[in-house]
Ligand binder design. Structure first.
Ligand SMILES: Nc1ncnc2c1ncn2[C@@H]1O[C@H](COP(=O)(O)OP(=O)(O)O)[C@@H](O)[C@H]1O
Length: 876
């Protein structure tokens, strides 16, 4: 069944398995979580430190910081080499801090010295700067004076007023001095720039010092914290760590979930891909079927025209036949008039010669047939007697047989030896069930199905049932009690029985209501009472009494299962001696599991002679010291049947449940005939129990029934095409399962609906005498999955078995009575259902068209009845 579940719900199971493969067991998960947290915690610490280092390196390229970094890196390295555990890290942190503080203090001192030197230098430079600025000012003044003089002199030389007071040599000196001053000014400007730069670097140093002070303060406070932590070793810190661990665990879990979700999504994607593939395949198939639709249309048109032509021909043929029949009738009229006249004349003219000739010829014919062993001695005697009596029927038969073949003439002569004019048999079924008025299982279906089929074949069929208080009276037409009282024997007394009559499904039925204080059939149930043996012994006797008292000349009394198996020994032991012996007894065992075994003395209740019957060769059970009613029926019946050929073979060995030797001994009268089904009752195109009727040409209604049943039973409707009757999880929670319902009740109407709604019908029987459900299922388009046993083996043929002719293959079978074999067959069926919907549809349509009607089975019963009756007549 596990396999089945996987096959049935592949799309759901596959991702689950995938997920399981990804997700570790809870313990492993926890372990993995912890490991990961630890790793991550280390990772976080390192990551937190790195930016700080790189920032300081980038910002300050000074030696001091380089020193600090080197010290810090080497101490980290040492620390890792030396410890590598949590507590170590905490101690190392402290040492680092101290070292860092010391380094920082040293650096601050150096920085302060550098700062003082720089300040002195600056003071000096500022002084120099002031001197230089002063000199610069004087020089600039002088320069401007010189320029003004130069200007004046230039005006004098080239203008109207020339200043002759400055000599030429002085002018050159001034020019030279001017050049020198310009150089000085340039030098001073450079100096000033340098001073400004020094000021800037002092300013930067000041800033750096402030930063170092701040970090010193921070380090000091961390130092104090670290000292405090060392004194109070860490519940708070551990808590914080665990908080972090838990946070990390959550993060990990979220991440794992995401991975799982991703895996599921991946799985779903795979499924989607599969679905897309399938859709594409079905699209391709649809395209193909589009073409085939076209051909179907063409074919249908052709069929239509052929049908029309056929109808025209038919019509013509009918009118020809009518004409022909009319002319034959005319001819017969003329012929009979001629015969009458001739006979009249021959009687008139030679009263004895012609009839004697006629009778003599008949006598000679009879003698010849006897010698040729074509008729029995008795039949020959009967016919001779008729000749002696100049029997008019015989003369008519002789006159009408001219032109016939020998065989036909023999048959027509034998026919007139039978009582009455009809060749039909008078058949009476005595049974405990009949559908639909009193149905428990397949027996009920057989009584009405076989009865109706025999009736259709022209036999007079009657049924006798107990009058149960719980039977469906509304299924009986014209139910009424007869104004007679039939008395029957029981436990030394005679008891009155009320006799009710009515028709069920068109069959005449007698219901016997015992007037016994034990109220045998007022029990609100059909079987399962403490005195079942007595109840049905009483009924068997009363039924025979009814037949005996009605003085009918019955041909076949057919009894069924242990409940009416009493009839066979009763008939031959108690009634045949009374002259009630025209009938032959047929016994059908529908299930050899139930044999009606009881203490020997119990047999006496219905008037059977225990001393006569409690014998190995009669009714004594083969293994217990009790009597066995089914064995009694095997011994005392003229015909013994069971409900399928395979089961008939099986019961000759272990399947016979102790009766195998009796069956072997009586094998000449034992035969297996496969049951049919009542195709009027089980007809999806007319079934009033269904929501929508349908047939093999139009399966739409089947889907509608399925949807309605799913709704009615409160099954999931998310996947309407999912096959019903999956057993996954049936053991648990089936009430809440979306795909399973276990209905432990008898409900005829619902049973019809279930057949119509189901896609597959599983019958995994260990043994199955015949089984009707698989045939009914096929008629309703539900494909059977069965174990190859009994009648299942005779009615279901594996779809994949190439040794079987293709046209017979109609379901899925398995042999071994185990879960694996069943799952295998189901998986094959599911494969077709899911992957080859077109093939599946064809299989469904084919199954619906199989003829499981009683027609052919009833013919086999008819044949064995006829032979038994013929033997009886021959013996008489
Ligand atoms: N719970 C039920 N409610 C109504 N009909 C049922 C139920 N169970 C079985 N049946 C009917 O009983 C018949 C079973 O016949 P068969 O297959 O020969 O089994 P069995 O040998 O058990 O009688 C079928 O007509 C089936 O539809």
């Amino acid at each position: 069944m596990g396999c089945l579940a996987a096959a049935a719900a592949g799309a759901e199971v596959a991702p689950l398995l995938f997920r399981r493969r990804l997700a570790p067991s809870p313990v492993a998960a926890r372990r993995r979580l912890l490991v990961s947290c630890r790793a991550r915690r280390r990772g976080l610490r390192t990551a937190a430190e790195l930016p700080r280092k790189s920032t300081s390196n980038d910002k300050h390229h000074n030696r001091v910081n380089m020193q600090r970094d080197e010290a810090s890196v080497s101490s980290d390295k040492e620390r890792q080499e030396k410890y590598g555990d949590e507590n170590g890290i905490s101690n190392l942190q402290l040492e680092d801090l101290i070292q860092m503080i010391q380094n920082t203090e040293k650096n601050i001192m150096l920085l302060n010295q550098a700062r003082l030197q720089a300040l002195e230098h600056v003071e000096k430079i500022l002084k120099e700067k002031e001197d230089l600025q002063r000199k610069l000012k004087i020089l600039e003044t002088r320069l401007s004076e010189t320029d003004a003089r130069l200007k004046l002199s230039a005006e004098g030389q080239f203008g109207t007023e020339i200043n002759d007071s400055l000599p030429v040599l002085e002018l050159d000196d001034i020019k030279e001095e001017n050049m020198l001053l310009k150089d000085d000014i340039q030098f001073l400007k450079t100096m000033l720039t340098e001073v400004a730069e020094t000021e800037n670097s002092i300013f930067t140093l000041e800033k750096e010092r402030a930063l170092l002070d701040a970090s010193l303060r921070e380090l000091e406070s961390r130092f104090i914290d670290a000292q405090a932590d060392m004194l109070k070793p860490g519940p708070r810190q551990y808590d914080a760590w665990w908080e972090k661990v838990e946070n990390l665990g959550d993060l990990l879990e979220t991440a794992t979930n995401k991975v799982e979700n991703a895996a599921m999504v991946l799985g779903c994607n795979h499924d989607l891909e599969d679905k897309v593939d399938k859709l594409e395949a079905s699209l391709a198939e649809a395209n193909i079927s589009k073409f085939s639709c076209y051909f179907v249309d063409l074919l249908q048109e052709k069929i239509k025209s052929v049908e029309e032509r056929f109808q025209v021909c038919n019509h013509e043929m009918h009118s020809q036949i009518e004409l022909y029949e009319n002319s034959i009738a005319e001819f017969h009229d003329i012929l009979s008039k001629l015969v009458e006249e001739t006979e009249k004349r021959s009687l008139e003219h030679s009263a004895s010669s012609m009839p004697s000739e006629l009778w003599s010829r008949i006598s000679l014919l009879i003698d010849g047939w006897l010698l040729e062993k074509r008729i029995s001695y008795n039949d020959a005697n009967t016919l001779r007697e008729m000749v002696r009596k100049r029997d008019s029927c015989l003369r008519e038969a002789y006159l009408s047989c001219r032109g016939m073949k020998d065989r036909e003439i023999v048959d027509s002569f034998l026919k007139i030896t039978l009582p009455g004019t009809s060749s039909g048999l008078h058949i009476v079924h005595i049974a405990a069930e009949m559908a639909p008025v009193a149905k428990v299982g397949g027996l009920a279906d057989v009584i009405s199905g076989l009865g109706k089929a025999l009736q259709k074949k022209g036999h007079l069929v009657e049924i006798i049932l107990p009058k149960y208080d719980c039977m469906q009276n509304d299924q009986v037409n014209n139910l009424k009690v007869l104004d007679v009282v039939v008395q029957s024997y029981f436990e030394g007394n005679l008891f009155k029985n009320k006799i009710w009559t009515g028709t069920v499904e068109g069959l005449p039925v007698y219901f016997i209501e015992p007037q016994h204080p034990a109220k045998f059939f007022w029990r609100a149930q059909y079987y399962g009472e403490h005195d079942d043996f007595k109840r049905f012994a009483y009924f068997s006797r009363a039924a025979l009494e009814l037949l005996y008292q009605s003085q009918k000349k019955i041909d076949i009394i057919h009894c069924h299962d242990w409940q009416t198996a009493f009839v066979a020994p009763l008939y031959w032991e108690a009634y045949a001696n009374l002259g009630f012996n025209s009938a032959r007894i047929c016994f059908t065992c529908h299930n050899f599991e139930y044999q009606g075994a009881a203490p020997a003395q119990d047999l006496a209740c219905c008037g059977l002679d225990v001393a006569q019957l409690d014998r190995e060769d009669r009714m004594r059970d083969n293994s217990h010291g009790r009597i066995n009613v089914v064995k009694g029926a095997i011994v005392y019946s003229n015909i013994v049947t069971t409900v399928s050929p395979t089961y008939a073979l099986e019961v000759r060995s272990e399947g016979g449940r102790g009766l195998q030797d009796s069956l072997k001994l009586h094998s000449r009268k034992f035969v297996g005939i496969l049951n049919g089904i009542d195709t009027d009752t089980w007809n999806p195109s007319t079934d009033r129990h269904l929501k929508v009727q349908y047939n093999a040409n139009d399966l739409q209604g089947k889907a509608a029934n399925k949807a309605a049943l799913r709704k009615q039973l409160n099954l999931s409707s998310t996947n309407a095409s999912q096959p019903l009757r999956e057993f996954e999880g049936i053991a648990d929670h089936f009430q809440n399962n979306n795909n399973i319902r276990l209905l432990l009740k008898y409900d005829d109407s619902l049973s019809h609906w279930i057949y119509a709604a189901s896609d597959m019908f599983i019958v995994p029987s260990m043994f199955e005498p015949c089984g009707l459900t698989q045939m009914i299922a096929m008629r309703y388009g539900s494909v059977p999955i069965v174990r190859k046993t009994g009648g299942l083996n005779d009615s279901v043929f594996d779809f994949d078995d190439e040794t079987i002719p293709k046209e017979l293959r109609n379901g899925f079978t398995f042999v071994h009575p185990d879960e694996k074999a069943l799952s295998g067959a189901m998986e094959r069926a599911f494969n077709y259902y899911n992957r080859k919907p077109e093939v599946w549809k064809q299989l469904v349509e084919k199954d619906m068209r199989i003829d499981f009607s009683w027609s052919s089975s009833a013919s086999q019963y008819e044949d064995i009845y006829q032979r038994a009756v013929a033997r009886a007549r021959a013996a008489a």
